[in-house]
Unconditional design. Structure first.
Length: 416
């Protein structure tokens, strides 16, 4: 049953609505076939493992990489040094602390807050661009808004010069495409294209880092490149390149899905969309409920155990592969009342949409702000928006789940 269930989950036919499968999965909170991964699908068990130091995120600790049906959705391994997302303490802790210095508290507490005006400008510019297009009454939200918005934000955060942003967009597009399994494409061609984009991106970033070491400014790359005499020391150039690439790809992919899933959900719940148009501050609660109801990262596949662990009455042995189905935990009726109902008025939305524990989403404050600004402005400026396809065409990827296109019709676009 275990591998058959996983094959159903990754089957593209399930992409538009995997939640009935997750409901079936939760009947066996820890599901295991003899030669497959241990699949954990209930809230309490997932959050326990996210905080358990006996669970490793380092792929070098995996012993059964070929027997996991979810492995195909993890994308190609980079030639760069491992990012902290795929490291365990103490290496993880050191790199994450250094990366956090120019990004958030306690060293840079206003970094995300102070970007708000710039984010507003990007959102306004993209919606204005839609208004000035040949067909402003028919919009592909992904191509015209959700996709370009986060990568532009990452460029500004890192300090990529404006004239280089289009090159950066190209590399992001190619690498992101490699994360989506494509049964019709030649795997060798896809891998070659992604590898070339990674190399070009890495060389560009390395050059930019050296430039920032000579002529620092207030951007994040300058601060990462600065020599630090503290207990964690400084990152090497390759470590900075690897971290910057992580911020680009991980931050971009999750935010695209969060915004697109968000607009799709609002269009399916016109009462909530109307409330948001009238009260933009509701976007904070809406985004939290979206992270529970339609999380941009559905699962964390291919964790491994560093010791024997008992979970839900099942003994998971040392060296086993574990997959945590976050989106299933978010719909666990033992944790959330009426979990299949989209309800931004919930009193307690302690979701798993951004992970938890030491690997909780590094860019969470920025992703939240981007989604809040995007959804509130789309709600305010699009006149009578409505879906043209429901369900829309989805991406192939079962892990990073979201529409590949979101065709919307509207009667016009209001002035800023």
């Amino acid at each position: 049953m275990g591998k058959a269930m996983l094959r159903q989950i990754i089957d593209y036919a399930s992409r538009a609505d995997p939640y009935p499968l997750y409901e079936e999965l939760r009947r066996t909170p820890v599901l295991h076939d003899a030669d497959g991964p241990y699949v954990v699908s209930t809230y309490r068990e997932i959050i326990g493992l996210l905080h358990d130091p006996r669970i490793s995120s380092d792929p070098r600790n995996l012993t059964l990489p070929s027997s996991d049906p979810l492995a195909q959705d993890e994308g190609d391994e980079s030639a760069l040094p491992p990012v902290f997302l795929k490291l365990d303490p103490p290496d993880h802790d050191r790199l994450r602390r250094i990366t956090n210095r120019p990004f958030g508290p306690p060293h840079s507490p206003r970094r995300v807050h102070d970007m708000r005006g710039e984010l507003d400008g990007i959102v306004t510019g993209l919606i204005d661009g839609i208004a000035g297009s040949d067909s402003p009454e028919r919009i592909d939200l992904v191509d015209q808004f959700s996709y370009p918005f986060p990568v532009t934000v990452i460029c500004r955060l890192l300090g990529v010069p404006h004239e280089d942003e289009s090159r950066f967009h190209g590399w992001a597009d190619t690498i992101a495409a490699s994360l989506d399994p494509d049964p019709d494409a030649d795997p060798a061609d896809r891998h070659k294209g992604a590898s070339e984009a990674q190399i070009e991106l890495g060389m560009y970033l390395a050059g930019l880092i050296e430039e920032r070491r000579k002529n620092p400014s207030g951007d994040m790359l300058s601060q990462l490149a600065a020599v630090n005499e503290g207990p964690d020391g400084s990152m090497s150039t390759l470590e900075i390149v690897s971290t910057a690439a992580l911020l680009l790809i991980a931050g971009h992919e999750t935010t695209v899905n969060l915004i697109t899933n968000g607009m799709l959900t609002l269009l399916r719940h016109p009462d909530v969309l109307r409330r948001l148009r009238e009260s933009p501050g509701l976007s904070v609660r809406i985004v939290e409920e979206l992270l529970r109801y339609e999380p941009p990262v559905q699962m964390l596949p291919r964790r491994s155990t560093l010791a024997d662990i008992e979970v839900g009455g099942v003994n998971i042995p040392k060296g086993a592969t574990v997959s945590l189905i976050l989106a299933s935990g978010n719909r666990d009726p033992k944790r959330f009342e009426n979990p299949d109902r989209f309800d931004p008025d919930r009193g307690d939305i302690q979701h798993l949409g951004l992970g938890s524990g030491i690997h909780s989403c590094f860019g969470a404050p920025l992703a939240r702000l981007e989604a809040q600004l995007a959804l509130s402005e789309l709600a305010r400026r699009l006149e009578n928006p409505r879906l043209l396809e429901d369900p829309p065409p989805y991406r192939q990827n079962a892990v990073l789940r979201g529409p590949r296109h979101l065709p919307i019709a509207c009667d016009g676009i209001r002035e800023p």
